[in-house]
Design a protein around this ligand. Structure first.
Ligand code: GLN
Length: 554
């Protein structure tokens, strides 16, 4: 029988609800339970695929091709259960489904209302996410509700989970509420009033939290915890202090030490072996005791917001952990990179061009790829970064002046990157993109496999087959592949089904480490094993650093 833990938030957003939920899941998993995590997003977008990274942060992609909230990335990095489409849904999806049913006549002429139709739909989606009724049913489903209590949008979700907890029964559902306890410098005090109010708000809608995770910049002293307990009707041992940690990997231990998992297991009557957080402790030790370091230049567009490249940052750090090295990531705004300034990249140990959409900053990224190629600096191009490397190679090595992607220049002379239906056009002319095409539905998404060419760096890293996740529309244009290969670019992996270019690289005789990948390897990296591509890249960066330092001291 599947039990539920509902995780809600109060006072303000961005307190780390996703990390808290994932940490609880990790502890429960270490107790031998089968756990999954489900994220409910109260906004009206059907999925975050069409939202700007400035608005929303990274869009995480699952194996089955869902474009999801970035919290699902944390979930996959913290627990072993893999996330699917059904692990994340939005108000938009709920309404879409309800309206489709209404049009089909499924409601038999009834008036369709938020309660019960929308709230029932939410409950069905939660149960589906938990795998109830299938072989994948979990012991515990941790359900994180996005937004904060008091938002108009969150209300149907809170009502739905309240009903679900009632139907499940008292020992089958628990509520954890994440709140904020601000430090007021002028008074020299931690203030509990916002927490009192947010719990009142919860109780108004019929939910009494079993545990409070009190976020503050420092540990909360016992007398303040006592006060919070008294005012919120949460048992004293349920008032848990969650202070700022320098690494997210410390959070599972922090919660466990204060008895959160024990409280949840008692409430849910789950009798398990004790938690074992040994691997988290070893991970924290590794993070805190690096023996080397590297600094990577990431030439991107969304440099103001580190959440835009969440999984990528994590993947680089995981590979660092594998090499006992600290990985520093410096964002370089690609709009500032010109032939005059690109020389500044000489002081980095490696260059990375991440994924992205739209024209802005493109020429700077091309400069970065060129600089890395001409100066033997390890280069990793991800998705757009591979496309940029291909354009650069076409322009400067294959004699294709003005080469570009039709994403940035629809009528250019050499569309080396283009939409498939553009480059497959029989008479050789470039078709205009359909301006009305559905931006939410035309991507190559999710997991796909490719064959890897023997004797390449890609083969050394992945072996004969590479299976990674995708999120893009444009592809390397088949018509130019021969020309590019003759000019020395190696196409080291092609998809098994459509024979699309998946990886490009430069031969070792020409460059120590230069790789572009059309997929997003960062989505599959975990702190436990790292990821073979990033491990190889960081290894090259460490070597380049050594050589660079030797040259500067010589
Ligand atoms: N904009 C490019 C495309 O759609 C690359 C996308 C990406 O980097 N994720 O193909």
């Amino acid at each position: 029988m599947t039990k539920f833990v509902f995780v809600t938030g109060g006072v303000v957003s961005s307190l780390g609800k996703g990390i808290a939920a994932a940490s609880l899941a990790a502890i429960l998993e270490s107790r031998g339970l089968k756990v999954t995590l489900i994220k409910l997003d109260p906004y009206l977008n059907v999925d975050p695929g069409t939202m700007s990274p400035f608005q929303h942060g990274e869009v995480f992609v699952t194996d089955d091709g869902a474009e999801t909230d970035l919290d699902l990335g944390h979930y996959e990095r913290f627990i072993t259960t893999r996330m699917k489409k059904s692990n994340n849904f939005t108000t938009g999806q709920i309404y879409k489904s309800v309206l489709e049913k209404e049009r089909r006549g499924d409601y038999l002429g009834k008036t369709v209302q938020v309660i019960p139709h929308v709230t029932n739909e939410i409950q069905d989606f939660v149960k589906r996410g938990a795998g109830i009724g299938t072989d994948d049913a979990v012991d515990v489903a941790i359900v994180e509700i996005g937004g904060t209590v008091g938002d108009i949008e969150s209300l149907p979700f809170l009502e739905a989970v309240r009903q679900l907890s009632l139907k499940a029964g008292p020992n089958n559902a628990a509520f954890v509420h994440l709140t904020y306890v601000p430090w007021i410098a002028a008074a020299g005090e931690l203030k509990t009033k916002p927490t009192q109010h947010t719990v009142q708000k919860m109780r108004e809608i019929g939910i009494q939290p079993d545990a409070l995770l009190c976020r503050a910049d420092r540990p909360i002293p016992d007398d303040e915890r006592e006060k919070i307990s008294l005012f919120t009707n949460v048992a004293r041992h349920g008032v848990i202090s969650v202070w700022d940690a320098d690494t997210i990997y410390k959070v599972p231990r922090m919660l466990h030490e204060q008895g959160l998992d024990e409280l949840i297991c008692m409430k849910l009557q789950l009798f398990t072996r004790p938690a074992n957080l040994g691997r988290w402790d070893r991970l924290v030790h590794e993070v805190e005791h690096p023996k080397a370091e590297v600094t990577i230049a990431m030439a991107g567009k969304y440099t103001e917001l580190s959440d835009s490249y969440k999984s990528l940052n994590e993947a680089l750090r995981h590979a660092g952990i594998h090499h006992h090295a600290k990985v520093n990531i410096e964002y370089v705004d690609s709009e500032t990179l010109t032939p005059g300034t690109v020389g500044d990249l000489a002081r980095y140990d490696a260059i990375l061009v991440p994924g992205g959409f739209g024209k802005r900053g493109i020429e700077g990224k091309i400069e970065a790829a060129r600089y890395a190629r001409e100066h033997g600096i390890p280069y990793l191009g991800i998705c757009l970064g591979m496309q940029v490397a291909t354009i650069e190679y076409a322009r400067h090595k294959a004699g294709l002046a003005g080469a570009n992607s039709t994403e940035f220049e629809p009528e250019g002379p050499h569309p080396v990157i283009a939409l498939i239906d553009e480059w497959q056009d029989a008479d050789g002319s470039i078709q205009k993109r359909d301006a009305n095409s559905d931006l939410g539905g035309t991507m190559r998404l999710g997991s796909q496999s490719s064959d890897v060419k023997p004797g390449t760096l890609a083969h050394e890293i992945y072996g004969p087959v590479v299976t990674e996740r995708h999120r893009h529309r444009y592809e390397a244009n088949e018509k130019y592949l021969q020309r590019l290969q003759e000019a020395g670019l190696v196409i080291s992996a092609i998809t098994q089904r459509e024979k699309l270019t998946e990886m490009v690289e430069l031969p070792r005789e020409v460059h120590p480490w230069y790789v572009g990948v059309q997929f997003h390897p960062e989505f599959k990296s975990t702190p436990w094993d790292g990821h073979p591509l990033f491990i190889s890249y960081i290894d090259a960066a460490l070597k380049h650093r050594q050589q660079r330092l030797k040259e500067t001291t010589a």
